[in-house]
Design a binder for this molecule. Structure first.
Ligand SMILES: [Fe+2]
Length: 546
C-alpha cells in the first residue's frame, strides 16, 4: 500500500562496489538514472561507484540531503550492517545505509522490470553471497520469494557460471569475456568431447570441475584423459573452438534441464533471468525455442552492471513495503547531453586542435536536418558512422544510443570495421538492429527482441542478403526496433530501408578496445583516433578534414 507518507519523494540510491560497479537512483519506485563506473573512469569492468554516484545525483539535480536510503550489494562475504564504504566522508546517517543479498538484488531487477506479474526467476552468476551461484525465486505481484538454489556445501567451481568462466580462462580470456567463448563455440563441434560437465540432482546443478579458473579445466581434462591442447589459444586453434562448443552446449543442456524441473515444480511458464550467465544469448534462444517456458525476460544489464538497479529497487521496497511494476521499455538509463553541451565540446576540441596540434588534420561539423536521412545516405554509400543520441545504455549492448553502424550487406565494411576501429577477434559476430515489423521476414522471430539477448536463426533465403550480421551458425543476435522505444534510431533504419530495401543496420557498440563512450568528449576522442568515417552526435554530423 502507498500511504500518504510515501507519496512524498522517496529517493533510493543503489551502489555496487564489486566488478562492474556503478550506481542507480530510484525515485518513488521508478528507476530514473543508472550508470556503470567503467563508462566514467574508462576502465573496463571497473569496480567502484563514486563517479557513478555523483553522476546520478547531478543528472537528477539531487542533493545528498534528498537521499532517503543507500543500498550496497553484498557479495561473497556480506558487508557489515550500515556499511558506508567510500561514502563515509559525506556525513550521512548510518540509518540510511542498508545492504542486500547479491542474488536477491539480481532477482528484484529482473522481476520488477519484467512484463510478467507471475513468474519464475532464475539467477545464475559466478558467485553471489557465500557459495550462491544458482538461485531460484518466484515473483507474484509484490512478492519475491526464494524457492531454492545450490547448496552452500557445493564448492563454487561446480556452479554453471564458474565452470563457464574456468573454460573461458583456459581459452585465454578473463571471466567477463565469456561472450568470446560463446562466439567461438559456433566454429567447434560440441560432440568432440563427450563427458557430461554437469548433472542435475533434484534442482541442484553439480558441475564436474573441482577448481575455479583455468586450473579447473586443466585438472578436469587430466582426470578424464581429454586432450584440450595448450591453454590460452584464444580461438587460434580448431581444438579451442571444440572446447568452446563443448562448454557452450553443456551449459545450454543444463539450463534447459534445470528450467524444465523448476517449471514442473512451480507451474510458472514465464521466466525472468539475471546474473552474468543470462547474457548468454545462444542459451537464452535455445531455452525459448525448447518451449519449456512461454516467454523469457532477461534484464539487459543482467550481469553485475544491473546490481545497482536491483539494489535501489530493493531499497525502495524495504522502505515503503511497495514497489510499482515498471516493465522495461528500453535500456537507456544514462543522462542526456544537451545541444549546447555538444556544440561546446565540438568547438572547444576543434579550437584546441587548431591551436596546439597544427599537424592534425582536424574536423568539421554541421547541423543536419533531419540527421537520420543524411546518415542513412552515408551508410548506404558504405560509410561507417558512429551514432550518439540521448542517454547511454546501461547493459553491455549498444542499442542505438552509443552505436557504430554500417551496411549489413557488405562484408568488406565489416572487415574494415573490425580491422581499423573495433580490433576484435575475427570469429566474433556483429549484430543487426531491425525494424520490428520486418524482423520476421529475415529471422525466426515471433515477438519483439529489443535487447540483443537472443541469437535467432536467420531464414535460409535471406542469408546472402545480410552476410555482415550473420554468425557462422546462421544465427543473429537481433535487436528489434520500434518508433515508440527509439524514435530517431527507428527513423534512421527506415530511411536506410527506403534507400536499400534492407530494414536493418549492423549495430555494434561505440568503442575501440575501451568501455562504451559516455560523454560527447569520449565520442569525439574515439572518432578521431579510429578510422570511423563520420560521427553523428545529436543533430550534428562530424567529419575529418583530409
Ligand atoms: Fe552477480
Amino acid at each position: 500500500m502507498i500511504t500518504k507518507k510515501h507519496q512524498k519523494k522517496v529517493v533510493v540510491v543503489g551502489v555496487n562496489e564489486g566488478h562492474d560497479g556503478g550506481a542507480a537512483v530510484v525515485i518513488d519506485g521508478i528507476v530514473r538514472c543508472a550508470i556503470s563506473e567503467e563508462r566514467l573512469n574508462r576502465k573496463k569492468y571497473s569496480p567502484g561507484y563514486l563517479n557513478s554516484f555523483f553522476y546520478c545525483l547531478n543528472a537528477l539535480n539531487l542533493k545528498i540531503e534528498d537521499i532517503s536510503l543507500i543500498v550496497f550489494s553484498n557479495y561473497h562475504r556480506p558487508l557489515s550492517n550500515h556499511y558506508q564504504g567510500a561514502l563515509k566522508s559525506l556525513g550521512i546517517s548510518n540509518q540510511k545505509f542498508i545492504t542486500v543479498d547479491h542474488h536477491l538484488s539480481h532477482a528484484f531487477g529482473a522481476y520488477f522490470l519484467s512484463p510478467f506479474e507471475d513468474a519464475l526467476i532464475l539467477v545464475v552468476d559466478g558467485q553471489g553471497n557465500y557459495n550462491d551461484a544458482e538461485s531460484y525465486y518466484i515473483g507474484e505481484r509484490q512478492k519475491v520469494e526464494k524457492i531454492g538454489g545450490n547448496s552452500q556445501d557445493r564448492i563454487p567451481a561446480k556452479g554453471i557460471g564458474r565452470t563457464y568462466e574456468a573454460f573461458t580462462n583456459f581459452l585465454g580470456w578473463i571471466d567477463q569475456e565469456a561472450g568470446k567463448t560463446m562466439a567461438l563455440a559456433a566454429y567447434g563441434d560440441p560432440k568432440f568431447f563427450k563427458i557430461p560437465l554437469f548433472t542435475l540432482k533434484g534442482i541442484e546443478v553439480v558441475g564436474a570441475l573441482n577448481y575455479k579458473y583455468e586450473k579447473g579445466a586443466i585438472d578436469f581434462a587430466k582426470r578424464y584423459s581429454l586432450d584440450f591442447g595448450p591453454p590460452y589459444a584464444r580461438g587460434t586453434t580448431q581444438k579451442s573452438a571444440h572446447i568452446a562448443a563443448y562448454i557452450q552446449s553443456e551449459t545450454e543442456r543444463i539450463i534447459i534441464e534445470l528450467v524444465r524441473e523448476l517449471v514442473k515444480r512451480t507451474g510458472k511458464r514465464k521466466l525472468c533471468m539475471a546474473g552474468g550467465v543470462a547474457l548468454n544469448c545462444v542459451a537464452n534462444a535455445k531455452l525459448l525455442q525448447s518451449g519449456i517456458v512461454d516467454d523469457i525476460f532477461v534484464l539487459p544489464a543482467a550481469s553485475d552492471k544491473g546490481q545497482c538497479i536491483g539494489n535501489a529497487l530493493y531499497g525502495f521496497y524495504r522502505l515503503t513495503g511497495y514497489l510499482p511494476r515498471q516493465p522495461l521499455h528500453n535500456d537507456y538509463f544514462g543522462r542526456e547531453y544537451s545541444e549546447d553541451e555538444i556544440i561546446s565540446v565540438l568547438q572547444r576540441e576543434r579550437g584546441y586542435i587548431e591551436k596546439h596540434i597544427p599537424t592534425h588534420c582536424g574536423f568539421q561539423f554541421k547541423k543536419q536536418s533531419p540527421i537520420s536521412r543524411v546518415v542513412a545516405e552515408l551508410l548506404a554509400e558504405g560509410k561507417i558512422v558512429a551514432w550518439f543520441q540521448g542517454g547511454s545504455e546501461l547493459g553491455p549492448r549498444a542499442l542505438g544510443h552509443r552505436s557504430i553502424l554500417c551496411d549489413p550487406r557488405k562484408i568488406e565494411s565489416r572487415e574494415r570495421l573490425n580491422q581499423t576501429i573495433k580490433h576484435r577477434e575475427s570469429f566474433r559476430p556483429f549484430a543487426p538492429s531491425c525494424l520490428l515489423e520486418k524482423a520476421s521476414k529475415y529471422f525466426k522471430c515471433d515477438r519483439p527482441f529489443p535487447y540483443m539477448l537472443f541469437a535467432l536463426p536467420v531464414k535460409s533465403d535471406k542469408i546472402n542478403e545480410i552476410p555482415a550480421v550473420i554468425h557462422k551458425n546462421s544465427t543473429a543476435r537481433i535487436q528489434t526496433v520500434t518508433k515508440e522505444e527509439n524514435d530517431i534510431f527507428y527513423d534512421l533504419i527506415k530511411e536506410f530501408y527506403k534507400l536499400t530495401g534492407i530494414p536493418m543496420l549492423l549495430n555494434t557498440s561505440f568503442n575501440s578496445q575501451e568501455p562504451i563512450v559516455e560523454t560527447p568528449e569520449n565520442a569525439l576522442s574515439t572518432f578521431l583516433k579510429t578510422d570511423l568515417d563520420y560521427l553523428a552526435i545529436g543533430d550534428y554530423l562530424v567529419w575529418k578534414k583530409k
